[in-house]
Design a protein around this ligand. Structure first.
Ligand code: PEP
Ligand code: MG
Length: 895
């Protein structure tokens, strides 16, 4: 029979699937001998069974009862006993951390009787009533479904009536009265009395936490973070310890290193006379952890030792929650801490340096998304002028946007295309949609471990929190600075999440140091050195080559500086635009072979120069030039514009120019309903005389020019949009004819490999045959995604992708991350059949997915030889190709 409950002493960190991250880590700390209040964990399996059937799985209740009884024995007192009650916390804990997204119920076990026992046992009536009112509030809203704001309103009314600035100024009788008010709210809201049976409280709290897995906040968070919906949450049930028993008690949150920069040293926030929830909610302002050393040196020393133990044991940055109950330290939670991209690189490099992890492990712990973030510019502080305010730099980066004061407004403006900064006193999980929509989050309260900070860091949003100089007035939609400046909603501000500064207006940006290193190779200490080390390691272990998509010598040169090992896709269509467009028009309008040849002859030297420059920039490395792909009418004027011009001329009684008349006729003739599926790619080469010959001659002559200049050009010729081997065979014959011709004319050998893109399902499915005519394949996953799904990217992405993401049809756009099940399957078929037909077939990818971290892992696993991506993503692809080579599961961690 399945087992649904584990004591903390029974589990371990490798059981996170079953016990959730929190349960597994509490078990690990228990086993390490750290002071963890005893408890047990109800498994994710129980949650899944409950959510599937709506009922507790058979046997679960008995198991909980057995573990409860053991807990009561060890505590020496029963749950909710009237004289001296054992009280419990009931918390969620999923496999992946979802901070603040699910429910918690504390102080379970308090009743009208046991509150008196607690008062006596603790010696503090105030504390007992404060705990009871917290339970009624949390249980009432979480378990019984009473609107949480009704409790908050009652609290606000009471504080106003007493003239109390915060809840600490309410006395025992105030809180007893408030508890009664809360109980009335429960009765009023549900028609049911607040339950007086401790066992019933426990049972209902556990089930409510299970249910909160499917709450709206939790689902939104999972979608953003790519966490599967079917994991379920575990529930940890633990003996309560109290940080709100007076000045010798308190709660805190701490990191073994600074999660923003990665700098070593304990880091955190502490709040005396408070429970953990008060620390993260930002209700009162915390003090830095260092202050605890002064307040309670013994607990501080113990905490420091435990944290050192944890970091050595986990071999990573740990974040922990702790409570001090009357001078006694308790560890309530630990996990491998979330961190910024900068900290991820810095910590990985440092731990490798310390010998705690290997260079390979260090590489696994960083990621392409983080690296991409570090390549963004920062504010130029030499010209920003005075800051409006300073807060805590909680999530780095530079963001500019209009100040908005609630989540809905942020979402509304962002949907209209505006960049916004969400400004709040403090955020709650309800602000999540606004945080997703905003460029940055700015709060006036809360520390580095507040909700705003933790969530923003996780999402890669810029965040400055605890900017106490600001008075945020949500009602009047403005904030005021200390000197009285008032910033209204809609005003543009700049937020620097790396320094904590907030500037008026749109501050100018400077390039990132990581970008400078990538551009120039200029090394420096800190994050740049850490990035350099990670990239060196990736280059040492990766099997995939990384090339770039580049159409100009400048792009090719930049890509090379970024570490590209060639050009995987040189699109030639941009070379037909601008001033050259009229030559393409001539070619299209030509009525005789002579006219057409003249137009092509004029294009030839221009194309030759293009290719010579790119081959020079990539000297010694392969350059894959793709023959012209888009439909020719893309080079002609817009039909409507032309028709209006001709009509307007005629309306004036004049004759339109012959050119306009001919162009209009050509545009009309070449109109296609679905140009994406029309006359393009290899089809152009087969039906437009002279086009392929001109392009191949230009490539060949460029190679000759480079050889004569002493270079080592390595041109490869790639045919787009092939669906049948016959198309490639015909085109290839033409390519080889021209190569032979130029070689004969110049006496320079031209061993240019000829290959094809695989970007149609039919090409993938007949890859074995196509490989007979192709020396290489390059997956055009942009078109392959379009044609596999049957949607045109330009048409559908803006139209309905957000609805598809909402409805869960896909978790991420298949144009961003390769659809492994569909498009990926075609890729695998083509790789297998292509290689079976031609074992030395070189295979790469040049669609957008070539620079997407997750997709790079797939291409590695599928056995490709290289990925090709835009120059700026080359470092990201190098890093991920290295990580993919080290990875056994094919998943891919993200920071
Ligand atoms: C592709 O289809 O993936 C590709 C690289 O070609 P393009 O994006 O130019 O159609
Ligand atoms: Mg394509």
């Amino acid at each position: 029979m399945a087992r649904y409950v584990y004591d903390f002493a029974e589990g371990g960190r490798d059981m996170a699937d079953l016990l959730g991250g929190k349960g597994a880590n509490l078990a690990e700390m228990t086993r390490l001998g750290l002071p963890v209040p005893p408890g047990f964990t109800v498994t994710t399996e129980a949650c899944r069974a409950f959510l599937a059937t709506g009922a507790e799985p058979e046997g679960m209740a008995q198991e909980v009862a057995r573990h409860l009884s053991a807990l009561e024995d060890s505590a020496g007192r029963p749950l909710g006993a009237p004289d001296d009650p054992l009280l419990l916390s009931v918390r969620s804990g999923a496999r992946f951390s979802m901070p603040g997204m699910m429910e918690t119920v504390l102080d379970v076990g308090l009743t009208d009787d046991s509150v008196l026992g607690l008062a006596k046992a603790s010696g503090s009536e105030r504390f007992a009533w404060d705990s009871y009112r917290r339970l009624v509030q949390m249980f009432g809203s979480t378990v019984m479904g009473v609107d949480a704001s009704r409790f908050e309103e009652a609290m606000t009314r009471l504080k106003e009536a007493r003239g109390a600035p915060d809840d600490l100024h309410l006395d025992a009788s105030d809180l007893a009265g408030l508890t009664d008010t809360y109980k009335d709210l429960v009765l009023d809201g549900t028609g049911e009395e607040f339950p007086q049976s401790p066992a019933e409280q426990l049972r209902r709290a556990v089930l409510a936490v299970f249910r909160s897995w499917n709450g709206a906040r939790a689902r939104l968070y999972r979608r953003r973070e790519g966490i599967p919906d079917d994991l379920g949450t575990a529930v940890t049930v633990q003996r309560m310890v109290f940080g709100n028993l007076g000045a010798d008690s308190g709660s805190g949150v701490a990191f073994t290193r600074d999660p923003a920069t990665g700098r070593p040293g304990l880091y955190g926030d502490y709040l005396a006379d408070a429970q953990g929830e008060d620390v993260v909610s930002g209700i009162r302002n915390t003090v830095p952890l260092a202050e605890l050393e002064r307040l309670d040196p013994r607990s501080y020393r113990q905490l420091r030792d435990h944290m050192l133990t944890l970091e050595r044991h986990y071999r990573d940055l740990c974040d922990i929650e702790f409570t001090i109950e009357r001078g006694r330290l308790w560890m309530l939670q630990t996990r491998v801490g979330k961190r910024t991209a900068e900290a991820a690189f810095a910590i990985a490099a440092e731990l490798a340096e310390e010998g705690l992890i290997t260079p390979d492990e260090a590489l696994i712990r960083v990621g392409g998304q983080g690296l991409a973030r570090l390549m963004f510019p920062r504010f130029d502080t030499s010209v920003t002028g005075a800051a409006l305010a300073h807060g805590i730099p909680a999530s780095p980066g530079a963001a500019v946007g209009a100040a908005v004061f609630d989540s809905a407004e942020a979402v509304r403006r962002a949907a209209a295309g505006e960049r916004v900064v969400l400004v709040r006193q403090e955020t709650t999980p309800d602000d999540l949609p606004g945080m997703v929509a905003a460029q940055a989050v700015l709060t006036s309260r809360g520390g580095k471990t507040s909700h705003a900070a933790v969530v923003a860091r996780g999402m890669g949003r810029v965040c400055v929190c605890g900017a106490e100089e600001l008075t945020v007035d949500t009602e009047n939609r403005c904030f005021a600075t200390r000197d009285g400046t008032v910033v209204q909603e809609g005003t543009v501000i700049s937020v620097d999440g790396s320094t904590g500064a907030v500037y008026p207006g749109a501050a100018p940006l400077v390039p990132s140091t990581v970008m400078r290193y990538l551009e120039t190779g200029e090394q420096s200490a800190g994050v740049v050195a850490a990035v350099a080390r990670a990239l060196e390691q990736a280059d040492a272990v990766r099997r995939l080559e990384v090339r770039a998509n580049a159409d100009t010598p400048e792009d090719a040169a930049r890509a090379r500086r970024f570490g590209a090992q060639g050009v995987g896709l040189c699109r030639t269509e941009h070379m037909f635009l601008g001033e050259r467009r009229h030559l393409v028009e001539e070619m299209i309008l030509a009525r005789t072979d002579g006219e057409r040849d003249r137009a092509l002859a004029a294009l030839l030297p221009l194309q030759r120069v293009d290719f010579t420059g790119i081959l020079a920039a990539m000297d010694g490395l392969p350059v894959t030039v793709r023959l012209l792909d888009p439909p020719l009418h893309e080079f002609l004027p817009d039909h409507t514009e032309l028709a209006v011009r001709v009509a307007a001329t005629e309306a004036r009684g004049e004759l339109p120019s012959l050119r306009d008349t001919e162009l209009l006729e050509a545009v009309g003739r070449m109109h296609e309903e679905n140009p994406m599926l029309g006359l393009r790619g290899v089809r152009l080469g087969l039906v437009v005389p002279g086009l392929v010959a001109m392009q191949v001659r230009a490539i060949a002559e460029a190679v000759v020019a480079r050889v004569r200049a002493g270079g080592s050009p390595r041109a490869e010729i790639m045919v787009p949009l092939v669906g049948a081997v016959e198309e490639l065979r015909i085109e290839r014959a033409e390519v080889e004819r021209v190569l032979a011709e130029v070689s004969a004319e110049t006496g320079v050998p031209l061993p240019c490999p000829v290959g094809t893109m695989i970007e149609l399902p039919r090409a993938a499915l007949t890859a074995g045959r196509i490989a007979q005519e192709a020396e290489f394949f390059s997956f055009g996953t942009n078109d392959l995604t379009q044609t596999t799904w049957g949607f045109s990217r330009d048409d559908v992405e803006a139209e309905f992708f957000s609805a598809y993401l909402d409805k869960g049809v896909f978790a991420i756009s298949p144009f961003e991350t390769l659809d492994r099940d569909g498009v990926g399957r075609l890729v695998r078929i083509a790789v297998d059949e292509g290689r079976a037909a031609r074992p030395d077939l070189k295979i790469g990818v040049c669609g957008e997915h070539g620079g997407d971290p997750d997709s790079v892992h797939f291409f590695h696993a599928a056995g490709l030889d290289y990925v090709s991506c835009s120059p700026f993503r080359v470092p990201v692809a190098r890093l991920e190709a290295g990580r993919a080579a080290l990875e056994r599961t094919g998943g891919g961690a993200r920071w």
